[in-house]
Design a protein around this ligand. Sequence first.
Ligand code: 9D3
Length: 257
Amino acid sequence: MRFDVLTLFPGMFTGPFSEGVVGRAMEKGLVEVRLHDFRKYARDRHGTVDDAPFGGGAGMVLKPEPLFEAVDVLKAEAGPEGVGPVIMLSPQGRVLAQALAEELARQPRMVLICGRYEGVDERVRERLATDEISVGDYVLSGGELAAMVLMDAVSRLVPGVVGSPKSTEGDTFSGGLLQHPQYTRPPEYRGWRAPEVLLSGNHGEIARWRRRESLRRTLLRRPDLLERAALSEEERRFVEELRREMGKPSVEGDGGH
Ligand code: 9D3
């Protein structure tokens, strides 16, 4: 997996990518992150990459030339294989979710454009970017942290990056549910005991407990996720039972199921 990142702040990426899962994947050669400071493609000797918005108003807008020219160079280097999707990180984009990360993980490479200032010239969005992605409904100061979030989510889906395929399959959201509670030694700490079922060695009972705790927690914290989750008949019955216990009628706030 290769990421070409266009940014005015390449230094922001060094810390996060020198450690952890992505750092190790880069050492192993499974993930390659190429940082491109697009100020290099500014037209003037001052390295101007932004300008005042046409029509007036506050703030500055990223000029189109440095970004188009940076991508042109990548495209020329890439040849017929191409550079992959050209993704602009933007609060106006499709919100990143696990399904989108899985889609992107099938690509051999992609370009990530990190915006700064109040915005980016619309021609970049319309004529250069093939996709626009947001990481959620809150305001960041630029696209860099969003690009790092995307690269982390996508990299760990690349075969070999995370221990075993099992450990990504079991993740929250891959199953569409929140994770069940986890415990480890000691079985009792400050008088607080781990659930006896987990110490029982009964793997059938443990699996059933975990699935039910996942359902309980998802219903409590993220009921929106339950609507999209693939549940068995038994699981649906259990959720109905929980809803009644919680005093939540199933006809209210669940999309009518
Ligand atoms: C305060 C300026 N905003 C006016 C409505 C627009 C705005 C411009 C640029 C808001 C944020 C940004 C910088 N953010 C990103 O480049 C960004 C982002 C984000 O802010 N939230 C979630 N995902 C992303 S991806 C890129």
